[in-house]
Design a protein around this ligand. Structure first.
Ligand SMILES: Cc1ncc(COP(=O)(O)O)c(C=O)c1O
Length: 165
């Protein structure tokens, strides 16, 4: 069997990557705590927690157990018209640490769509009031993600330059 780094090249594009100049991707086969292991058995310290998505460490036993138990009980239910205990419990525990003027939560699945939702909420708020508002203030060098709404309130960079107009 060919190496992962070789098979990868055939069909995959990676985010934030110029494939003409980028070398082979590291084929990772295992992760534990802060350590990633590649297909040749070499170990790496994941010092950015895989873009801060594994901030408690990879394959944390408490998290993998909780996810596995939840998946066996209720994997997914559409959140429009339905609700469930984990969402309610998470909302209650977030409320206990959020400032007193925060009373409502709307869950998203990543940073870019969270930004989209924030923009939509701001626009819809004024739409519902019957006011026309369509100007967003944004920091010049800010980065808010790769979807169009998020790019539109981010600073210009190599990543979003082609979409400026
Ligand atoms: C400040 C900020 N907002 C939004 C995002 C986009 O998040 P995601 O990659 O989950 O879409 C990032 C990602 O780096 C970020 O740093």
């Amino acid at each position: 069997m060919e190496k992962l780094s070789v098979r990868d090249r055939k069909h995959l594009w990676h985010p934030l990557t110029q494939h003409k100049t980028h070398g082979d991707m590291l084929g990772i086969v295992k992760a534990q705590g802060a350590v990633l292991t590649d297909e040749d058995g070499r170990e790496y310290i994941d010092a950015i927690a895989s873009w801060y998505t594994a901030m408690y460490g990879h394959c944390h036993p408490w998290i993998t157990k909780a996810v596995s138990e939840q998946m066996k009980k209720l994997d997914q239910v559409v959140f429009s018209g339905f609700t469930h205990q984990p969402a309610i419990e998470l909302s209650e525990s977030l409320m206990s640490v959020l400032p007193y003027n925060q009373q409502k939560l709307f869950f998203s699945d990543n940073g870019s769509t969270a930004t989209e939702i924030g923009i939509k909420m701001a626009l819809q708020y004024f739409h519902n009031l019957g006011e026309k508002r369509n100007v967003m203030l944004a920091s010049e060098e800010g980065f808010h993600g790769d979807t169009f709404g998020a790019m539109s309130v981010s600073g210009l960079s190599a990543y979003n330059g082609p979409f400026e107009e």
